[in-house]
Design a binder for this molecule. Structure first.
Ligand code: BV8
Length: 242
């Protein structure tokens, strides 16, 4: 990232009243959370997208839970990093500020962010397979897999699996906010998962300044206003310094 790029990004944010922050696994990388497409994105020889698929859950709920409880155990030991904290602290500086995350790790909440849409759910919650009732599942490792709820009903992770629709209303609310925002900050996502990747494009189509933060170019890079090369933990705090 050059100084000129930093100045320009800061100006876009300083002029903005309504801001959307769109995040992916990369914002949690510096907290020690493996990304989906990083080198360590397989489990028991299975690509993460297979371990996180509706197909596996329907075939073998226990194995699906072993994958998610393995990640929960990892996540238990990590904390939000400087990028999560900078986003949380910036919230009160704008008339409208919304975090739209693809992450299920809960680190934005842990950093203090209040207005969040979790497009792909949350790994610390479960949902009754029969009733759809939601359960908070803070402890890990879980004593039994699959965990059980009222009337002993099996519980599944309250996350959106590949091949599943997003939670009702979540995408629509995020898309509306993107279409109304003045600036959209895209942090740590490869932009290959749909329909989530449509959110920054909706902001761009509505005339917002779309600013990408990523050490590498992504599928979104050709479509953004400004692409800043570097790590979220280094760049994001500088963007909101002013
Ligand atoms: C659906 C929860 C309707 C579970 C997740 C259109 C075209 C092609 C495919 C499709 C399409 N429409 C639908 C599909 C299928 C599929 C899809 O998109 N497949 C992709 C892979 C091609 N989409 C779906 O299945 C969606 N549902 O469409 O339903 C339907 C139903 C039936 C049939 C058809 C349609 C549901 C998708 C949601 C799946 N659940 N998560 C879990 O977490 O286990 S997605 C999961 O993967 C994450 O939540 C996240 O969204 C995604 C990973 O992407 P990123 O977060 O971007 O992470 P990634 O590792 O890829 O990249 C990290 C980036 O960070 C990199 O760019 C790296 O350079 C950068 N980085 C690294 N370090 C840093 C950094 N950046 C900054 N700082 C650093 N330090």
């Amino acid at each position: 990232m050059t100084d000129d790029q930093l100045k320009l990004a800061r100006r876009y944010l300083a002029q903005a009243k309504r801001v959307v922050i769109f995040t992916g696994a990369g914002i949690s990388a510096e907290s020690g959370v493996p990304t989906f497409r990083g080198s360590d994105a397989t489990w028991k020889g299975m690509p993460a997208a297979v371990a996180s698929s509706l197909g596996l859950l329907e075939q073998d709920l226990t194995t699906a839970w072993e994958w998610f409880d393995y990640r929960r155990t990892l996540l238990k030991a990590v904390s939000p990093n400087a990028a999560h904290v900078a986003v949380a602290q910036a919230e009160s500086c704008f008339a409208e500020f919304l975090v739209v995350t693809q992450n299920v790790d809960g680190l934005h909440q842990k950093a203090g962010s209040k207005h969040i849409i979790e497009l792909h759910g949350n790994i610390w919650r479960g949902r009754g397979l029969r009733t759809g009732k939601r359960y908070d599942l803070p402890e890990t490792p879980l004593p039994t897999l699959p965990p059980r709820g009222d009337a002993d009903e099996p519980i599944r992770p309250d996350v959106v699996l590949f091949g599943e629709m997003l939670p009702a209303g979540a995408f629509e609310e995020a898309e509306l906010a993107a279409m109304r925002c003045d600036a959209c900050l895209v942090i740590g996502t490869s932009g290959v998962v749909y329909p989530a990747a449509l959110i920054p494009l909706a902001a761009r189509d509505a005339g917002a300044a779309v600013i990408e933060v990523n050490p590498e170019a992504t599928d979104l890079t050709p479509h953004v206003t400004l692409s800043l090369r570097g790590r979220a933990g280094d760049i994001v705090p500088q963007l909101f310094e002013a």
